[in-house]
Design a binder for this molecule. Structure first.
Ligand SMILES: C[S@@+](CC[C@H](N)C(=O)[O-])C[C@H]1O[C@@H](n2cnc3c(N)ncnc32)[C@H](O)[C@@H]1O
Length: 297
């Protein structure tokens, strides 16, 4: 399956304010946004694209443009790569690529069988199968509630523990069946494992913490008048973005002296931009996308 870049024209119209600027694409994926940025910027401009997924990084490494480099790391390492106030525009197109679900081998899909992994970066951390092997019922339940809003978290987590005591849970279909077997509402529009798989993916990749850390760093490396564009695919991501840029969150805890706090002021220049009906008809995955754009002032 190809990955279609979401809100491509809309995001770049905001992102690229200077043709000779320095840009960061935090989520290369299969390079849809990266290639479009490269086609719009001058040769003396520069683009760095991050992806923590090795397959995505290898794909990016094939790009030979002189004004481009790829980084195999999480976007929560922006400050390791760029000095303060050095970047004109930063783009996030969060979540997974369609290619993650192509075959079962990455362990993201409940439709294709494969090893229960779900890591973007398979060179670090532990696969979901290992975590599921040792997590307590409460830990599993909390992940399902918190990251999947799964109201059946309790019975799902209990069934996981029940199965685990008899057989190791090693494959995606095994886990999907354990969830489906116990799921009370059989005729749902979405597969019973949808929310659980989202929750486990967010947990195993530490997605929300890394996003918060990255936004903090992005706000430091951005020049004055620099732009941050974020495309989110669910409310947990979108809430972090909204919260981060809300002026009120800059009311730091009272025990921190005010003069030690660096003010990061941003103006929201576009909120809740959604794909057109046309885009959704062409790419169903785009239907849940929400784009927000902020300018450093
Ligand atoms: C929706 S895709 C990006 C698609 C891309 N814009 C395109 O048009 O091809 C999201 C990508 O972000 C990557 N990703 C997720 N979390 C990341 C993180 N913390 N740091 C770097 N990359 C991350 C995933 O591996 C995935 O390839």
């Amino acid at each position: 399956m190809l990955h279609f870049p979401v809100l491509l024209e809309e995001s770049l119209d905001f992102l690229i304010q200077k043709k000779d600027g320095k840009y960061v694409d935090c989520t290369y994926g299969r390079g849809g946004h990266t290639q479009a940025i490269l086609s719009k910027i001058d040769i003396n401009a520069h683009l760095t694209s991050f992806d923590k997924d090795l397959e995505a990084f290898n794909h990016a490494s094939l790009i030979t443009n002189k004004n481009f480099n790829a980084v195999h790391n999480s976007f929560n390492k922006l400050e390791d790569t760029f000095p303060k106030e050095s970047i004109d525009g930063i783009l996030y197109d969060l979540g997974t690529c369609s290619t993650h679900f192509d075959e079962g081998d990455r362990g993201f899909s409940f439709l294709h069988d494969g090893p229960l992994d779900m890591r973007f970066n398979t060179t670090k951390g532990e696969p979901l199968s290992l975590w599921i092997k040792k997590a307590s019922q409460k830990e599993i339940m909390d992940v399902l509630y918190e990251y999947g809003d799964e109201k059946h978290a309790k019975i799902i987590s209990r069934n996981i523990l029940d199965h685990r005591s008899k057989n190791e849970i090693k494959s995606t279909i095994q886990l999907a069946n354990i969830i489906e077997d116990i799921y009370p509402e059989k005729r749902k529009k979405i597969h019973p494992a949808t929310k659980s798989f989202q929750a486990f993916r967010i947990h195993i990749n530490n997605e929300l913490d890394e996003l918060k850390q990255s936004l903090d760093q992005a706000s430091n490396i951005l020049v004055k008048n620099g732009i941050i564009v974020v495309i989110s695919f669910h409310s947990l991501e979108d809430n972090i973005v909204k919260e981060f840029f809300k002026p009120s969150i800059r009311n730091f805890p009272k025990d921190i002296p005010l003069n030690t706090i660096e003010e990061k002021d941003f103006e929201c220049i576009a909120k809740k931009i959604r794909p057109t009906d046309n885009e959704i008809a062409l790419n169903k995955r785009s239907r849940s996308a929400i784009m927000r754009v902020f300018k450093k002032i």
